[in-house]
Design a protein around this ligand. Structure first.
Ligand SMILES: Nc1ncnc2c1ncn2[C@@H]1O[C@H](COP(=O)(O)OP(=O)(O)OP(=O)(O)O)[C@@H](O)[C@H]1O
Length: 584
């Protein structure tokens, strides 16, 4: 049988955990000693002829054992928590180090959710396992074993009888759990269905209500809740009886009835002295007690193992190879030769793309949705590595450039702007934390956002999310200021389509014109009106370059671009006054 994954993960702190488990074992054994002492005292007193000094010795031993047990348990918990801290620190460091090396493009919304779950929830599950469950299991096993060992010494026959309720409890528990695997999977499915229908309902409530679908979405939730209820009723009907019988079998009353009944019969038959019943009355209920908490402990161990598997899987995500002998990116443009790319190794998203972005020029990428525009743009900033061909900057392959140097060379302005917690100035300074405020302001002015920032209560020191809230268009202009300050010679930008307000849009376009000055710009354009003046327009379709040229040339050619232009023409007319991304 393969050892559980968490066992391998605990290897670095195995020594400390062994010490913690040993201390807990001492605590568990010492915890039984006072009960043994009391039963010995009681037996001695009941039997008559007890020597006072023996009784005092027993009292002293019992008291000392209580102290030892408490101290050992506290020490075990401390050592386990220290081990847990060390493990968490190590895992978090490993995760951060690893995540810094996976391709940037890997961080899609889904994967970011996965990272959040692993770093927060799974590491927490592992904390529970390392700092609590292992010690808990140790005492739950050793306490009854110690009690049983003592009782075997008193009277082995009656000691074996104390095992009967334990055996019955375990057998009933096993019966309740037989076939639980598929049922647990069904439980997971039913609970998941409820969760997703609630999320769907809440997330989409505006859309759902506007389009009159509230009833439908509501129905889905009600159906999921009903299904969960049905499942739960079936589960309860199937297991409640057996689980209750199992709990009853190990309850102190039943244990005492069985053990004392048998004991009294044995005394009556003259098989054992009457005083020997005392230790059994005190210690027998301890023996089957662990059965009542077995379910939660198995659950905790399983949870820890599942969490360890997720952490292992995240640590196994392929990383981007780093150049062993990196080169500095050369001066000059960006060149793509025979570029092919596939996300899954099967479906080709890009193939045979040849493209030259001459220094200081604007290249617009256009094409239908899903043509591969964003993918191509991301390859330039090495969010992923090409599957075929090569991308060079100033003659140096991007794979041979140190990532930090690459990010100083290629900047990105996304449609989805991420403003981080911190001051507005820090947000603009992201790439150059030491940039003086004058430069920050100059960038903000060029990005058409300076006045808005000045109007905030604390100006550039206002905190995003605290006393600075920005609209989508404003946030985009901040990200443009960020790109201006970063001052990368190559800039990739995903043109915003979301900001329909003409005023905001015109200001974004002005800001983009400032960005274009003197830079090699690759812009993903959704509206052709914004790229009329580009030095080069590249039309992508199904991952291939189907046309390339300037606006007038492409129109005159009457091909794909001309058709797209005509299709968008009414929109172009209404936006004719827009500023475009102009060549400097
Ligand atoms: N992270 C990803 N994993 C797998 N497939 C992806 C991923 N991102 C994009 N794709 C797929 O690659 C193809 C090209 O997508 P891409 O986003 O590059 O197109 P696009 O031209 O930018 O589209 P749009 O204009 O709609 O943004 C699509 O079929 C898309 O489903």
């Amino acid at each position: 049988m393969k050892p559980p994954v968490f066992a391998q993960m605990l290897a670095p702190v195995r020594g400390r955990l062994a010490v913690a488990v040993l201390l807990q074992a001492l605590a568990a054994v010492a915890g039984v000693v006072p009960m043994i002492a009391v039963s010995e005292v009681a037996a001695a007193l009941l039997g008559g002829g007890a020597r006072p000094e023996r009784v005092w010795w027993l009292v002293a031993a019992g008291t000392a054992a209580v102290l030892v047990s408490l101290l050992c348990a506290a020490a075990a918990s401390t050592v386990a928590h220290v081990a847990d801290n060390a493990l968490q620190l190590r895992l978090r460091r490993d995760l951060v180090r690893h995540l810094a090396r996976v391709p940037l493009g890997w961080f899609s919304a889904t994967n970011s959710g996965q990272v959040k779950k692993v770093v927060q929830d799974d590491i927490h599950s592992m904390h529970y396992l390392v700092a609590h469950t292992l010690l808990d299991v140790t005492s739950v096993v050793l306490t009854p074993v110690t009690a049983l060992a003592y009782l075997l010494g008193v009277d082995w026959r009656l000691a074996l009888v104390t095992l009967l309720p334990l055996a019955a409890g375990l057998a009933l528990f096993a019966r309740a759990m037989s076939g639980a695997g598929p049922l647990m999977a069904e439980y997971g499915r039913a609970a998941g269905e409820i969760n997703s229908s609630v999320v769907e309902f809440v997330d989409g409530i505006a859309v759902v209500k506007t389009f009159g679908g509230a009833r439908g979405a509501h129905q889905r939730f009600i159906r999921a809740a009903d299904a969960f209820h049905d499942f739960f009723s079936r589960w309860s009907r199937r297991t409640t009886g057996v689980t209750t019988a199992s709990q009853l079998a190990v309850s102190p009353v039943v244990v005492l009835i069985v053990v004392l009944g048998t004991g009294l019969a044995m005394i009556g038959a003259g098989w054992m002295p009457a005083t020997d019943i005392v230790p059994f009355a005190l210690l027998a209920p301890v023996i089957p007690a662990p059965v009542s908490g077995i379910g939660t402990r198995i659950q905790a161990l399983r949870g820890g193992d599942t969490a360890a598997k997720s952490v292992t899987a995240l640590l196994a995500e392929p990383v981007m190879p780093r150049p062993s002998d990196p080169e500095a990116p050369g001066e000059g443009g960006v060149r793509l030769r025979g570029v092919g790319f596939s996300y899954d190794g099967a479906a080709e998203v890009l193939s045979g793309v040849d493209l030259d972005l001459a220094p200081g020029t604007v290249t617009a990428l256009v094409g239908p949705s899903g043509a591969g525009k964003s993918t191509l743009a991301k390859l330039v900033a090495r969010f992923f590595d090409v599957t075929e061909g090569s991308i060079t900057i100033g003659g140096v392959d991007v794979r041979r450039i140190d990532p930090a140097a690459l990010y100083r060379t290629v900047g990105f302005v996304f449609q989805e702007v991420a403003l981080l917690r911190g001051t507005v100035a820090d947000n603009i300074r992201l790439a150059r934390p030491d940039a003086p405020l004058e430069e920050v302001e100059r960038a903000a002015r060029a990005a058409q956002i300076h006045d808005r920032i000045q109007a905030l209560p604390r100006g550039y020191d206002s905190e995003v999310g605290v006393d600075a809230e920005f609209s989508g268009g404003e946030a985009q202009r901040i990200s443009i200021a960020r790109a201006l300050l970063a001052d990368t010679p190559v800039l990739v930008l995903d043109e915003a389509t979301a900001y329909a307000d003409p005023h905001s849009e015109a200001r974004i376009q002005q800001a983009l014109s400032a960005v274009a000055a003197g830079r090699t710009l690759l812009v993903i354009a959704h509206r052709l009106a914004t790229v009329r003046e580009a030095d080069q327009i590249v039309v992508l379709d199904s991952g291939r370059v189907v046309e390339k040229g300037r606006h007038a040339e492409l129109l005159a050619r009457g091909g794909r671009y001309a058709r797209m232009w005509r299709a968008q023409e009414p929109a172009q007319e209404s936006r004719r006054t827009d500023t475009v991304v102009e060549t400097p």
